[in-house]
Design a protein around this ligand. Structure first.
Ligand code: AMP
Ligand code: GLY
Length: 430
């Protein structure tokens, strides 16, 4: 089978890498891909825009593509799956209506409230004055969210009423463009965050191993929010008992609520959860795609061929597959970012040492990289996801950092405390 992967991040490099481990996958084409996917055997990049549905559809039809896997949320929310399905292509990724679960926080909140899914209490406003009055009445801490897609920047966890008021004003002033027509204001949850990425064909839903991301730029979870500075799996806080609750209290009712709205959701349902101090899972947000960098730690542990799972979702026969199997052990990913990220960052710096890093046993997934005049250079905020698998968290994390030490580019930044929670749990239980 020939597979097409849409996107250019670390997530897409990981998807292509894992798909190519399957004996049935002969070739992967990434649109547009990055420096990592360009260099992989049996993999090629095609310089099309992810929003060029016609061009993507034409390429897939002419080249006999058996499966299209869509990585990012933006093309899904713009209807790429609808378009390609209409061309009789097989697509992994929800339709435009399904993608609203990520593309409209107000829509997702209404669905959760209707289906009684545990989540933060919230109210939705389309008028500035009403929103400001609500925040005044509720007090702080409080969370303010722009309704639409805002590349991870639309959320303010406000510790004062003034901060919340400023966030609301910025949203209504159009700081997030279309995402700013509505604002969701919600209760501030406390606890530990876990990402549960689940595969679904619209009827059956199967979670992958739970992962924990590190969203803040600084060590000790300080500073600005980012796309994610590192991850590890399986997250020890998500015990089998907790995962059972996630399945019955969150994943299954969500799929049922989507069905009720006549949405045939085939792809990843990513539940971003807060595990509250009493041990209950609550939904912070849903995403309609694989997480980045969660994918970089979940897929290296997957034993079941990835193509068989994605194809079964796309073809609505996930229930026919045997249970998903996993390697023993743990995975950790350290993101190396460009100087300045998540604000304006450096670009075009030469990257060296990846072969040495991989010789240590790590896998280096590329995100913001590009091959320019035969050399690999930085080309994005998050540059590389240096990933290792080990028997324990300590092994995986130590190996990942040993590999990071081999890699150089001007202004490279990374957190030194990825996996600190898992390591602490591991050391107290052994
Ligand atoms: P989101 O873009 O919805 O994932 O939000 C980004 C981050 O903001 C989350 O990963 C949380 O750390 C935080 N956040 C969002 N909603 C809440 C909430 N209701 N309570 C506390 N933190 C939240
Ligand atoms: N790592 C967070 C996300 O993919 O949204």
């Amino acid at each position: 089978m020939k597979v097409l992967v849409v996107g250019n991040g670390g997530r897409e490099h990981t998807l292509a890498w894992k798909l190519l481990q399957s004996p049935k996958v002969e070739q992967v084409t990434c649109i547009p891909g990055n420096g990592g996917t360009a260099a992989m055997e049996q993999c090629q990049n095609l310089p099309l825009n992810a929003e060029d549905f016609e061009g993507i559809g034409r390429f897939a039809l002419v080249n006999g593509i058996g499966l299209v896997v869509v990585g990012p949320e933006a093309p899904l929310a713009a209807g790429i799956a609808d378009y390609l399905k209409h061309q009789h292509l097989t697509v992994f990724g929800p339709t435009r209506l399904g993608a609203q679960i990520e593309a409209s926080k107000a829509w997702a909140k209404a669905l959760m409230q209707e289906a009684n899914i545990p989540t933060a209490r919230a109210a939705v406003f389309t008028e500035l004055d009403a929103a400001q009055a609500y925040v005044q009445a509720q007090g702080a801490p409080i969370v303010v969210k722009a309704d639409g897609l805002a590349a991870g920047k639309g959320v303010t966890v406000a510790s004062t009423v003034a901060e919340a008021q400023a966030a609301i004003a910025a949203i209504f002033e159009g700081q997030f463009g279309k995402a700013g027509h509505r604002v969701v204001i919600e209760e501030c949850l406390v606890g530990q965050e876990v990402s549960v990425l689940a595969l679904t064909d619209g009827i059956t839903i199967r979670p992958l191993l739970p992962a924990q991301d590190h969203k803040r730029i600084g060590e000790g979870d300080t500073g600005s929010n980012t796309g994610g500075m590192g991850a590890y799996a399986p997250a020890p806080i998500a015990t089998p008992a907790l995962m059972e609750r996630v399945q019955t209290e969150i994943l299954e009712p969500t799929i049922a609520a989507l069905q009720q709205r006549n949405i045939d959701y085939r792809g990843v349902l990513y539940a971003g959860l807060m595990i509250t101090p009493d041990g209950s899972p609550k939904v912070i947000e849903f995403n309609c795609r694989f997480g980045d960098p969660e994918t970089q730690v979940v897929l290296p542990l997957l034993e079941t061929p990835l193509d068989s799972l994605l194809l079964a979702c796309a073809q609505k026969r996930l229930a026919d597959l045997p249970p998903i199997t996993w390697k023993q052990g743990a995975a950790a990913c350290v993101v190396m970012a460009a100087e300045g990220y998540p604000a304006k960052f450096r670009k075009g710096d030469r990257i060296t040492g990846i072969d040495d890093a991989e010789a240590q046993g790590a896998v280096v997934f590329h995100a913001g990289t590009q091959i320019k005049q035969n050399s690999l250079v930085t080309d994005g905020g998050r540059v590389l996801g240096v990933t290792a698998v080990g028997d324990t968290f300590d092994d995986a994390i130590t190996q990942a950092y040993a590999a990071v030490d081999c890699i150089q580019f001007e202004g490279a930044y990374y957190r030194r405390d990825i996996g600190h929670r898992a390591r602490a749990i591991e050391s107290t239980s052994s």
